[in-house]
Design a protein. Structure first.
Length: 205
């Protein structure tokens, strides 16, 4: 993938993207080979805006995940439990922002995301973070940091359809790239739908 492909998209700012925040949404994931990405971007560049921060269109994310000592969150996901929880502190590197984020899935597969700002990653969760987690999950949880991952992300936005698309590449754990040929595309919508691409016009500013 070359930067020239990303430059074909009209930019959208972080503030403008907030109109498509989608804190409650339906997520659909696709796993692809990296060689397929340039063609996909070429096909959709007129239908989506691209998030741009300080001239950057390929963003860096670093996330610390928290779980119980029995790895309940991981096992719930692995065992395909419908109602499950994910807790992390994410560093949005280019934005210089940290958020404690809680993602919860309900029995219908909908994702609800709640978050509060933090000043940095926390090796041990602060009392304020613990209180937020307990209030959001309605559980008393003894959580420890279990995993750090990192990746590069392209974020596409369609304001007309109220949807966002994230494209993650260079996925790594504890500083090691998992598979350089792997990309994960996630479609985030208020409710699942696959409209015709030609109808997906959007406004970037």
């Amino acid at each position: 993938m070359t930067p020239s492909i990303l430059n074909k998209f009209e930019p959208i700012s972080l503030d403008q993207m907030d109109q498509v925040a989608l804190m409650k949404r339906k997520d659909t994931k696709f796993i692809l080979h990296a060689k397929q990405l340039p063609l996909i971007l070429q096909m959709v560049h007129s239908q989506y805006c691209i998030l741009e921060i300080d001239g950057n269109r390929l963003m860096t994310y670093i996330s610390d995940y928290y779980d119980t000592k029995e790895h309940k969150f991981y096992l719930d996901h692995h065992n395909k439990i419908l109602r499950r929880t994910k807790v992390r502190i994410r560093n949005y590197v280019e934005s210089k922002l940290f958020f404690l984020e809680i993602k919860q899935k309900d029995a219908k597969g909908n994702t609800v995301k709640n978050r509060i700002p933090r000043v940095a990653n926390e090796n041990k969760l602060s009392s304020e973070s613990v209180e937020f987690i307990e209030r959001t999950t309605r559980q008393g949880l003894d959580l420890v940091k279990t995993l750090r991952n990192s990746f590069k992300r392209i974020t596409l936005v369609n304001t007309a359809l109220k949807e966002r698309v994230t494209i993650d590449l260079h996925l790594g754990y504890d500083g090691k790239i998992l598979n350089p040929d792997l990309i994960i595309i996630e479609l985030k919508q208020e409710k699942f739908s696959l409209p015709e691409v030609s109808s997906a016009r959007t406004r970037c500013n």
